[in-house]
Design a protein around this ligand. Structure first.
Ligand code: FAD
Ligand code: NA
Length: 387
């Protein structure tokens, strides 16, 4: 079989965006290698066969963007519902509306505050530490929102996310802890927001549905690398350390264990996401997927619901890498990998694993469109060197 014009490692949103642009606009023959049994990367979802509820298999995925180009591009492959994401948080037997806002402040302190009164209260409580000299995450958080809100809404949750006491965590894990002195409790503040009407897998499959694109599933790049390396341009979206055989050491990641179950009730928690802020509850949050698609109510099996308990921890070998830990040690290794990547002939590194960066979906698409504009199109259409 002849070589394709371009090989892409990974069928996530980054790889799919590159593939679609190169096939559709440049007429290239593109081969995508994907080691999982499905395309879509971490945005992949499936209908639960018993209840017909769509479950995001790698954690809840909510689409939102303020980038006009990304929004227009995504809408070529799917429409979006008018879902607006909200998050609630349980603490000591009460449920609060997140993020930190006036309703939460009033409920938590048991009294109504005007925006100015709430601002003055939090400023007074935050004066315990100075932000610039905070020596760990706990001091930094208290310097921003004060001790009472920190102890209720940050301490337990963050401790569980990192499996580490916040006094042992670096202050630069958080830069800001915004407090809204209004009752506005939409989780995102982007121009556009919604969920793909027919589901993530329909959207992502449509991107790859092109006569010039072949997706080869259950194929690990490293098993077939000799067929392509040095012979054809490659866009690699797998883990950058793995590409180089972990020569500079492994980059560290956090992972999330997702425990899925079907419960015997129509409605388990009345909303999509409830955070568990108490430190002694072992999970960080519970997702109830049917609430992401209220417009599908009649298609869901009555009397049942799919819920997922999430447990956060440091990833070990073989775990799914979800969030970069990004210690000083990781950053030093990353610089070495970046040099190796820049010197690797005919290979471009992209996506969240290839750059060791947390990217939301709209960022993965936006960054792939930039790589297409700045590197791939100049190479294939104008003969520029690929680097
Ligand atoms: P991925 O989706 O990870 O795709 C990379 C692909 O490469 C994978 O399919 C992998 O199997 C494949 N691969 C790796 N190595 C090889 C190899 N050697 N050979 C073959 N294939 C290989 N974004 C949002 O916008 N909203 C959200 O609410 C949201 N929630 C998230 C929740 C969680 C828990 C996580 C982890 C991410 C979330 N994201 C969210 C981010 C979203 O998942 C990413 O933006 C998206 O996955 C990035 O796409 P990607 O193509 O860079 O990477
Ligand atoms: Na302060």
């Amino acid at each position: 079989t002849p070589l394709p014009d371009l090989v892409i490692v990974g069928a996530g949103l980054f790889g799919l965006t590159i593939a679609e642009r190169c096939a559709e606009e440049l007429g290239l023959r593109v081969l995508i290698l994907e080691r999982r049994h499905h395309l879509g990367g971490n945005a992949y979802s499936e209908r639960d066969p018993e209840t017909n509820v769509e479950v995001h298999k790698y954690g809840a995925h909510l689409f939102h963007t303020s980038n006009e180009r990304v929004w227009e591009y995504a809408n070529r492959f799917t429409s979006f519902t008018d879902y607006r994401h909200k998050v609630f948080g349980k603490y000591q037997g009460q449920v609060y509306s997140l993020p930190l806002n006036l309703a939460l402040i009033n409920q938590f302190f048991g009294k109504s505050h005007t925006p100015d009164e709430a601002r003055a209260l939090i400023a007074e409580q935050a004066s315990e530490f100075d932000t610039a000299s905070a020596s760990n995450l706990e001091e930094k958080a208290i310097s921003l929102i004060g001790r009472p809100l920190y102890e209720a809404f940050i301490k337990g949750y963050t401790g569980k996310q990192w499996q580490t006491d916040p006094t042992e965590l670096s202050a630069d894990i958080i830069t800001r802890l915004p407090v809204r002195y209004t009752f506005q409790n939409g989780w995102f503040s982007d121009t556009y927001e919604g969920l793909p009407t027919e589901g993530y897998t329909a959207w992502l499959s449509k991107m790859a549905d092109h006569p010039n694109i072949e997706v080869r599933l259950e194929t690990d790049f490293f098993a077939v690398a000799d067929d392509y390396k040095g012979k054809v341009p490659i866009v690699y979206t797998g883990p950058v350390d793995e590409y180089f055989g972990n020569s500079e050491g492994r980059l560290s990641w956090r992972t999330v264990d997702l425990e899925e179950s079907v419960v015997d009730t129509d409605d388990f928690q009345g909303t999509g996401v409830v955070n568990y802020n108490d430190g002694d509850v072992p999970y960080t949050r519970i997702i109830e997927f049917k609430h992401f698609h209220p417009e599908r109510e009649k298609t869901h099996l009555p009397g049942k619901s799919v819920i997922v308990h999430e447990y956060s921890r440091f990833a070990e070998e073989g775990d799914e890498p979800y969030y970069p830990v990004n210690t000083a040690d990781d950053r030093a290794k990353l610089l070495k990998y970046r040099d190796l990547a820049a010197a690797e002939p005919m290979v471009l590194f992209g996506g969240r694993l290839g750059t060791y960066k947390y990217l939301d979906m709209h960022m993965a698409i936006g960054s792939a469109l930039s790589m297409y504009d700045n590197k791939l199109k100049p190479h294939f259409a104008e003969g520029a060197e690929l680097k």
